[in-house]
Ligand binder design. Sequence first.
Ligand code: 147
Length: 657
Amino acid sequence: TICATGLLMTDAYKITDKFGIGRRYDGIGGISGGGATSKLLVSYPEPQRSQILDLLFKKQYGAALQILKVEIGGDGQSSAGSESSHMHEPWDESYHRGYEWWLMKEAKKRNPDILLSALSWSFPGWVGNYGSNPYKNVSKLAYYTVSWIKGAKEVHNLTIDFIGIWNEKMWNNDYILELRSSLDSNGFEKTKIVAPDTFGIEYTGFEKLFENATLRNAVYAIGVHYPGTELPLNMRTNGVPLWSSEDYSTYNDDVGAGCWARILNQNYVNGNMTSTISWNLIASYYSALPFERDGLMTAMHPWSGHYNIDNPIWITAHTTHFASVGWNYLKHGKGSGKLGAGGSFVSLTNGKDLTIIIETLSHNHSICIRPSLPAYNVAEQSVTFVFSGSFSAIKTLHLYTTRFFFDGRSTVPFEKQADAIITDSKLTLRLAVDAVYTLSTILSPGRVEPKDIPAASEFPLPYSDNFDSYAVDEGPHYLAQQNGAWEVVKSEGESFVRQKALNREIAWCDQTFVATAALIGDIKWHDISVSIRVRVPSSKGANTLFAALRSSFYGCNEDKATGLFLWLNPNTTTYWISYDIASLRIAYIGHLPTPFQLDQWHTASLSAVGSIFSIGIDSYSISVAVEKGATSHGFVVFGSQGYGYSDWDDLHIESGV
Ligand code: 147
């Protein structure tokens, strides 16, 4: 508000605990998974990999996250890939698959207080008796989930603090009760249930569950997704802790950082939510997969070590460097609320220390992926904070600022300023538009970041992997499984990668089409050659295999994948070439001189140069002219139609011929 004189009007805001304090602060977190969002991170070289982990987890350094939420892999596609289940089948159990165990341990090394949370997106088929409903036998599902929590403890010495039900699908009251009692009887009384992890209208009605005391006691917090900072009144007032257990999912430029700043404050101010968790933790998947760069920072060039410290990292620091889990918010009107000329502020305290976080993000500079953001205005303003209660004696507060400009000037994130001086228990600050301010009795070093981050480079060609350098169950570098579970197997002196899912999973994606697939490389590849050895075991083998070049559209859109596909049918001579994964557009059908034998390694080669696609199977080869309209560039991909084992070894990729 600007007075007639041109001076800014000053609005006053109380900062006090005199009339009690607000809700308990449960922390800011990031999600690894849902799905495969950290796939490329694990392949980073040192020292970059440790630098990135420090930026995410180390206390008072970068984002200094307080919660790490991971996917419990279910072998099915869950956004940017699939993550391996700890039990592909009830008899195929391992706690050495994927990278979430590794990530949780790295997070704990950097912050022993970080809280761990876990949630399933898909489930292996057996959990639901090979149907599509995981709640068919709730004790089976509880056994599956509690086995994972037990594995975390017994194999990795990780304590899981929070566990969810099923990401963005309907919850089930019987299962919630079964899970609670199974956790308790297995010694996990302290593992708390957060539910239902659904969004929009879907969680309406969940609060009714709290009319039942047993259910109410089984659940620690209501976790909602993408609430747009608002919750229905009956949820806001029923006293149960409220979390935005998945939020953000926005391209991590400065508008994304603005989104994150606005929701971190306003999830509490408007919705009484006391924890916000970012999907995702780090954008560490190929940029051509869905939801490019929707993480707090970006690390998608492991071959070069290049990464980006995006500003959502420093926006997180504005809160996490200055408040711990277990602190309390100050009440609305007593230290938290909206500002007169737009924007918001929250205060957090442990009874002695005080932190105030202010954001003045304008509408167009803080739009998130969802839901749509109603119009509002923000203007430059002057604010006066009036301190009383436990805070009346505070004389100075450390000050940290982030100013976004959106006019070509670059953002200076999380910068330490001169301390703010409180006079007569009052502090007046002039607030710019599109800025974040932290005032705190706690001191932080401010922004300190690694120097000399290597430049980005293209995926290195030629590229070979004989899969000999991995441990059993490990997922090979850069090979991004999209459906099924692609793991290193060692048998009879050989080391190779096997697709291990045998049955259709209880899917998270809506698609009904089913193919296992793993991709590697660069969406820009057009003239490219690949050779790989492939074998289908006679026991539990897949029915139809494919290898493809120039292939695009994965994630939940795998059914729409296009490219140049070679298909092989074990035990027959028939092969075919298609322009899509669904084989709707067939280019050629041919016959091998001898049937493609089971239990034998065969060499498949594919090469695309200009409009000529050449394929070879062992000593047989043929070339076809690629039709107009076929996809001109994309990844190298392998897989099978339907489920069953397929073995892959000696991958070699080079450009051109
Ligand atoms: C969420 C998923 O839980 C994440 O795994 C990831 O896919 C994320 C990407 O934005 O989205 O799923 C949602 C899908 C659709 C909506 C909300 C969440 N929606 O339409 O509101």
